[in-house]
Design a binder for this molecule. Structure first.
Ligand SMILES: Nc1ncnc2c1ncn2[C@@H]1O[C@H](COP(=O)(O)OP(=O)(O)OP(=O)(O)O)[C@@H](O)[C@H]1O
Ligand SMILES: [Mg+2]
Length: 261
């Protein structure tokens, strides 16, 4: 059951935390180039690296910045969006994929005019069977008609196969990495899996969970580290080697006054 409490009511755009998400959004839009990056899947190598948190705040930040934004909870095993936004989980993606209802009928409005959510739907015994790539592809294609950005929360790529199907249906993939915790080989395995299926890996979001969270907000700090394009490689090399030696190195985005509120 929902308790009705939503992170929308606590999201303060003046915090450092919100600034990180504006940067992330800005970087995604910068990557856009000629490609249409409307549907972004958020995944990770393993469980509990912060996928759902990143997906929720990215979609919310986009809406705050005036984009028509949809958060789609496609993690049918460990759904989270309904809890973060104080909703019931039933009547969501699972009902659509099982052919019981239409996508439009499961879109939830929020207190923000530009921000909608599709929850994971009722618990199903067989998420993988339900997760048909053509069906989810149709959902995403239809939603692209109505939204500027669709952020899709998904299961982790190493233990679960659903994200691989999803990766083929989206415009871009973000890999969340729990900073200081997930082993390099594990991240590398996840990127190999993603790259074997699609060429849509946009970059890595480093989620630093080591700090204590303020009351209610389940967050502390996010950094990001985009997969370098060839021209960026030389520039980031020394930073990379410092980071490899365990030094905390922050990436600085290009100054962007327009992305600030
Ligand atoms: N930056 C952060 N600082 C502190 N806690 C965080 C941070 N990011 C996420 N968390 C907390 O860590 C837990 C896992 O986060 P989240 O649910 O977003 O991860 P997930 O990758 O979606 O997990 P799952 O694999 O279960 O879907 C949650 O309790 C969340 O509130
Ligand atoms: Mg999750």
């Amino acid at each position: 059951m929902s308790n009705g409490v939503s992170i929308i009511d606590f999201y303060n755009m003046e915090t450092d935390f919100a600034t990180e998400f504006r940067r992330l959004l800005h970087n995604i839009r910068n990557l856009q180039g000629d490609a249409d990056l409307k549907s972004i899947m958020v995944t990770s190598a393993m469980l509990a690296e912060g996928k759902s948190t990143v997906a929720a705040f990215l979609a919310l930040t986009a809406a705050k910045k005036g984009m028509k934004s949809l958060l789609l909870d496609a993690d049918l095993r460990r759904p989270t969006a309904h809890r973060l936004f104080g909703m019931d989980r039933d009547n969501g993606l699972a009902e659509v994929l099982s052919g019981e209802t239409t996508v439009k009928s499961v879109i939830r409005k929020t207190s923000l005019e530009k921000f909608d959510i599709i929850t994971a739907g009722r618990a199903v015994p067989n998420p993988s069977e339900l997760f048909d790539s053509r069906a989810i592809g149709n959902v995403i294609t239809e939603m692209k008609f109505y939204y500027d950005l669709i952020v899709i929360d998904s299961p982790p790529v190493i233990p679960v196969s659903d994200p691989m199907l999803l990766a083929q249906e989206v415009d871009g993939v973000l890999l969340v990495v729990k900073a200081g915790a997930t082993q390099r080989e594990v991240v590398s395995r996840a990127t190999d899996i993603l790259r074997s299926q699609s060429r849509k890996l946009l970059g890595v979001v480093l989620n630093n969970m080591t700090n204590q969270l303020p009351y209610y907000y389940d967050y502390s700090h996010y950094g990001y580290d985009y997969a370098p394009r060839p021209k960026d490689l030389a520039r980031s090399k020394s930073k990379r080697s410092r980071r490899d030696q365990g030094e905390a190195v922050e990436d600085q985005p290009p100054a962007d006054k327009s992305s600030r509120q």
